[in-house]
Ligand binder design. Structure first.
Ligand SMILES: [Zn+2]
Length: 313
């Protein structure tokens, strides 16, 4: 069905793994990103001197970039206004579609539905361009939601019961009512001699309170960059006035070292000392280790840093 809808599914795409991790929305977004580079969008076609007119076919005003054609075009209001979070899309500016995806992943919305609607918009655009029968724009959201529901229903019986139990355990869990949860992660880009860190802070209802990401101009070891991400997470939360929190990461080595009463002799020992010192500003700062699948938003923010030059909040 995904191929029918316009997706190129890479050979490595494994729906079972994706469903088991319960984070397949992120994978949908990766598919969108993967396919964006190949989209015959007008901006790219003009650059390659294949066509001359770069304007959007819908509004005839703006340059047709991926971000415009799939998100910002005024003609798409009738679609995105049906989503509570996407309705606010004009209040936030993004430089490119990847930035938009990073933001979508921090929203308490259905990432899978977002990806499906995006491809509904693209599919409809192509049909109109080629004079084929196409659904009217105001029906795209509903059609996409129905296709997603059909697809999800068709997949569920194939998931073994054992996998479903694992799936439940690997879902991100909100903190207790009077706490916030600070998820952090680091990523190393050895070939670029750089690293990235990502932090997302959510309350007990799962609502994102703040997020940030930063590029570091050095390829640290994976545990060192985890430590730097945790230090940024703690200082960022303190700046926001947070006093009761759970600090959650997916590096067992680091969380163990942080939770130990003994000084760490590892290369990141000094950073741990700094974090413990900063923790005195909190009334309560608990530590939690989770599997990587539960830390996907912070992970994505850290990876996102490869594409930006400095610090984003
Ligand atoms: Zn337009």
């Amino acid at each position: 069905m995904w191929e029918d809808f316009g997706f190129f599914i890479p050979p490595s795409f494994d729906f079972d793994t994706i469903l088991a991790t319960d984070c397949y929305g992120l994978h949908y977004c990766r598919l969108v990103t993967t396919n964006l580079a190949a989209l015959p969008i007008k901006e790219a076609l003009v650059r390659r001197t294949i066509i001359e007119d770069p304007l959007c076919d819908r509004c005839h005003v703006a340059l047709e970039s991926p971000l415009h054609a799939l998100w910002y075009c005024n003609e798409l209001d009738t679609i995105w206004e049906k989503s509570a979070h996407c309705r606010k899309r004009r209040e936030i500016s993004f430089l490119n579609f990847k930035e938009l995806l990073s933001w979508i992943l921090t929203q308490p919305t259905e990432v899978e539905l977002f990806a499906m609607v995006v491809w509904g918009i693209w599919n409809q655009r192509n049909k109109v361009r080629h004079n084929h029968v196409a659904a009217p724009l105001h029906q795209i959201f509903q059609i996409s939601a129905e296709k997603l529901a059909d697809f999800t229903a068709s997949q569920q019986p194939a998931i073994p019961m054992m996998t479903r139990r694992v799936s439940h355990r690997t879902r991100w869990q909100p903190p207790l009512a009077d706490l916030v949860k600070i998820n952090f992660d680091g990523a190393v880009f050895s070939s670029a001699n750089a690293a990235g860190i990502g932090v997302v802070i959510r309350d007990s209802s799962g609502q994102v309170l703040a997020s940030c990401s930063q590029r570091l101009s050095q390829a640290y070891s994976s545990t060192e960059v985890e430590a730097l991400a945790a230090a940024k997470a703690v200082s960022f939360a303190a700046e926001l006035g947070i006093t009761k929190a759970v600090l959650e990461g997916d590096s067992l080595t680091f969380i163990k070292a942080l939770s130990s009463d003994h000084s760490s002799l590892a290369a990141f020992g000094l950073i741990i000392n700094d974090i413990k010192f900063s923790a005195r500003n909190f009334d309560q700062l608990l530590h939690s280790h989770v599997k990587r699948e539960c830390n996907f938003v912070a992970h994505c923010l850290a990876r996102h840093e490869f594409d930006i030059s400095d610090f984003l909040v």
